[in-house]
Design a protein around this ligand. Structure first.
Ligand code: HSE
Length: 398
């Protein structure tokens, strides 16, 4: 019998408990012996829940119980969760987590402890929810130099943008609905301001480029600046607006790379533009494999819990056959400023003259929107517009 403990039984934790109960026979078959969820650490009143008999409030019980081989963390954040994950590893227990903030901010340290102790720290659910992404990236694509990795990694903002574009819903109604459906973080600013996507691209860049990317290094722009007018003008230009998390190798010396999060215009008719609602999609370019697209449910109770329970199974099934995924210390000199990356830009501007910088301009109530005729850096874009006020500008994904 293998025994696990769950920290936090909210939206995702509740899904983990449900899968472990409902799919107990599958788990037993996969692991080769029965799997029991022995403790659920939860501070809420859980009387009435089917798993109420396992609820405890004292983490020390888990920490000191030699029967517990795996701890699944669903608390979120980096205060209590960090303390409990660290203590679990130090107590000789493998950990699985869906906590992207924890991995983005503390992953290097925690992976170091796991490695030293010969334990697993797995976090498949932290990026892309239920989509198999980190394992394919680190296993199936390990023969490749990764040149680009980008995509839609936040279900809440994609849901909000989709509702705004396709249903004309306003921002706050769409956000409320996303929260009701359990997609949004408890504090929705993490979604709306791009922080959640930024933490996910940090993890992807860590894995793809091998050096720690601290969150504060990654320029992050959320969707608050996307207006209904932008959605309309972009649509008339033949594009959808998507919040993309982007990391790419930068040509030149020293194996440099960059990462950032920002709204982009994505050509309608492409696979990425058709990713709607809470779905996520991540494009990976490897120098041998070419382009791969990973698509699926990127948020929500059961998809995220599905990836977490798979990690639990993996730690139990592989026992001492250790397989580490990790990355090295930060190498600041390798991180290129994304502002210097040239791209074509969508610009919305008031009447004025944009010289010959733009093509395909359309206008609506005195406001113009267009795409720059050629790729340029942000500084070049500002120079091309001179005194003409830029109301909004987003990169175009070419
Ligand atoms: N709030 C996140 C999202 C949850 O909307 O994608 C999954 O990480």
């Amino acid at each position: 019998m293998k025994k696990a403990a769950l920290l936090g039984c909210g939206v995702v934790g509740g899904g983990v408990a449900a899968i472990m109960q409902d799919n107990a026979a599958f788990l037993e078959k996969s692991v080769g012996e029965p799997v029991e969820l022995k403790y659920i650490l939860e501070m809420r009143d859980c009387s009435g829940e089917p798993w109420a008999d396992r609820v405890i409030r004292d983490f020390a019980l888990i920490e000191s119980d030699p029967e517990i081989s795996v701890v699944a963390e669903c608390i979120g954040g980096v205060t209590v969760a960090y303390d409990f994950v660290r203590r679990s590893l130090l107590a000789g227990k493998s950990v699985v987590t869906c906590n992207k903030q924890l991995i983005a901010e503390k992953g290097l340290e925690l992976l170091g402890i796991a490695k030293e102790k010969g334990l697993f720290l797995l976090f498949e659910a932290s990026v892309g929810g239920g989509i198999p992404l980190l394992r394919p990236l680190t296993n199936c694509l390990s023969a490749n130099r990764i040149d680009d990795i980008y995509g839609i990694v936040n279900g809440t903002t994609n849901y909000i943008l989709t509702q705004m574009i396709e249903c004309g819903q306003d921002f706050s109604d769409a956000l409320r609905e996303a929260q009701r459906l359990g997609y949004a973080e408890a504090d929705p600013t993490a979604d709306v301001d791009g922080l959640d996507a930024m933490r996910k691209i940090c993890i992807l860049a860590d894995l793809c480029f091998g050096s720690n990317v601290p969150p504060e290094r990654v320029p992050t722009e959320g969707i608050r600046g996307v207006t209904g007018e932008d959605a309309l003008l972009a649509d008339r230009l033949g594009y959808a607006i998507k919040l993309l998390a982007y990391a790419r190798r930068v040509e030149g010396e020293g194996e440099r790379f960059t990462a950032f999060v920002a709204p982009h215009l994505v050509k309608k008719g492409t696979l990425l533009a058709s990713v709607s609602g809470v779905m996520n999609a991540v494009v990976v370019h490897g120098n041998a494999v070419g382009e791969c697209l990973f698509y699926g449910a990127g948020a929500g109770r059961m998809p995220t819990a599905s990836a977490m329970v798979a990690d639990i199974i993996d730690t139990m099934r592989r026992g001492d056959g250790r397989k580490f995924i990790d990355w090295g210390e930060e190498q600041p000199e390798r991180f290129a400023d994304p502002e210097s990356l040239p791209s074509r830009w969508y610009v919305r501007y008031q009447n004025g003259c944009a010289g010959d910088a733009m093509e395909n301009c359309v206008s609506e109530n005195g406001v113009c929107g267009g795409i720059t005729a050629r790729p340029m850096t942000l500084a070049e874009l500002r120079e091309a517009f001179g005194a003409t006020e830029i109301l909004s500008r987003f990169r175009v994904l070419d």
